[in-house]
Design a protein around this ligand. Structure first.
Ligand SMILES: Nc1ncnc2c1ncn2[C@@H]1O[C@H](COP(=O)(O)OP(=O)(O)OP(=O)(O)O)[C@@H](O)[C@H]1O
Ligand SMILES: [Mg+2]
Length: 254
C-alpha cells in the first residue's frame, strides 16, 4: 500500500470558457485530491475537461473560481513571479500533442527549459544528454523533431518534462500518438519514473495505460464521477487490472 499524503487539493474548483458571450462550464465545483507518490489516472469522454483540469492542477491556467492548494499553498494566490518559479521547479508537463519547438534540435528542446532554471548551462546540457540517452535517443541528439518518429518525439517530451527534477509530472495522453509497442515503452518509462518517487497525474483514453496507475478518477459533467483504487490488485496481473478498470468505466457509460 502506498503512503497517502495529499500534495494537491482542489476546493470548489470551477472553469468556464467564454466564447461569443456564451459560457461553457467545463469544471464545476470540483473537489479532489492528488496524493504524493501516487500514479493518478484521469479518464472521461472527449471534451469532458481532462486537459482543462490538468492545466488548472499544474498552474498553467487560472481557475474561474475556487482553489488549487499545493502542499498547503494556494497557487491561485501566488504572485506571477512565485507562480513561474513554482511551475519551473515543481511541475513537469507532457502536453497533449507533444509541442516540441520545431526549429530546435532534440537536445536543445530538452535543455532550453533547464537553462531557464539554472545558470550552469553546461550542467543542463549534460543532464539533457543523459535523459535523452536513458530514452535511447543518443544517436538523435542533434536532429530536429521533424527528423525523428512520433514515438521518439514523445520520449523527448518526457525528457523535457523531467529536466527540472520536478516533484509531480503531468502527462496528457502521452501514448496518444504511439503504436502498441511504442506505447508500452512509454508506459514503462512512466512506471519507472513513478517508482523513482515522483507523483504522476496522467490523462488517458487507453485501458492498458490506465492500468499502470494505482488510482483512477473519472471525470463527467465537470466533476469527479467515481474513483477506483488499484492498490489491492497485483501490479503484474495486467489482465485482472484491465477487467477491474473496464468494469469501473463501463458503469460510468464509457
Ligand atoms: N480555450 C478554450 N476556449 C473555449 N472552450 C474551450 C477551450 N479549451 C477547451 N474548451 C472546451 O472545453 C471543453 C473541455 O475541453 P478539454 O480540452 O479540457 O477536454 P478533454 O477532456 O481534454 O478532451 P479530449 O479527450 O478530446 O482531449 C470542450 O468542450 C472544449 O471545446
Ligand atoms: Mg484533452
Amino acid at each position: 500500500m502506498k503512503e497517502s499524503k495529499t500534495c494537491i487539493q482542489t476546493q470548489n474548483l470551477c472553469k468556464t470558457y467564454y466564447s461569443q458571450e456564451k459560457g461553457v462550464h467545463v469544471i464545476r465545483n470540483l473537489d479532489m485530491e492528488v496524493y504524493k507518490s501516487d500514479f493518478t489516472v484521469i479518464m472521461g469522454a472527449s471534451g469532458s475537461g481532462k486537459t482543462t483540469l490538468l492545466y488548472l492542477l499544474s498552474g498553467l491556467d487560472e481557475a474561474t473560481s475556487g482553489d488549487v492548494v499545493y502542499d498547503d499553498v494556494k497557487i491561485n494566490d501566488m504572485k506571477m513571479k512565485q507562480l513561474v518559479e513554482f511551475r519551473r521547479k515543481k511541475i513537469g508537463y507532457i502536453f497533449q500533442g507533444i509541442n516540441l519547438v520545431p526549429y530546435l534540435s532534440l537536445l536543445e528542446n530538452v535543455s532550453v527549459i533547464g537553462k531557464l532554471i539554472t545558470k550552469n548551462s553546461k550542467e543542463v546540457v549534460e543532464k539533457s544528454k543523459k535523459l535523452l540517452c536513458d530514452f535511447d535517443l543518443e544517436d538523435e541528439l542533434h536532429r530536429l523533431p521533424s527528423e525523428v518518429s512520433g514515438g521518439q518525439q514523445q520520449r523527448v517530451a518526457v525528457a523535457r518534462a523531467m529536466i527540472n527534477d520536478c516533484q509531480i509530472l503531468f502527462a496528457d495522453e502521452p501514448t496518444g500518438a504511439l503504436n502498441t509497442s511504442q506505447g508500452k515503452k512509454m508506459l514503462d518509462i512512466m512506471s519507472e519514473i513513478n517508482k523513482d518517487g515522483k507523483s504522476i497525474v496522467m490523462v488517458t483514453h487507453d485501458l492498458k495505460a490506465a492500468c499502470r496507475g494505482n488510482r483512477i478518477l473519472y471525470l463527467k459533467d465537470g466533476k469527479v464521477h467515481g474513483e477506483l483504487s488499484l492498490d489491492a490488485y497485483d501490479e503484474k496481473d495486467l489482465d485482472e487490472r484491465e477487467q477491474v478498470v473496464y468494469n469501473f468505466l463501463r458503469k460510468r457509460g464509457w
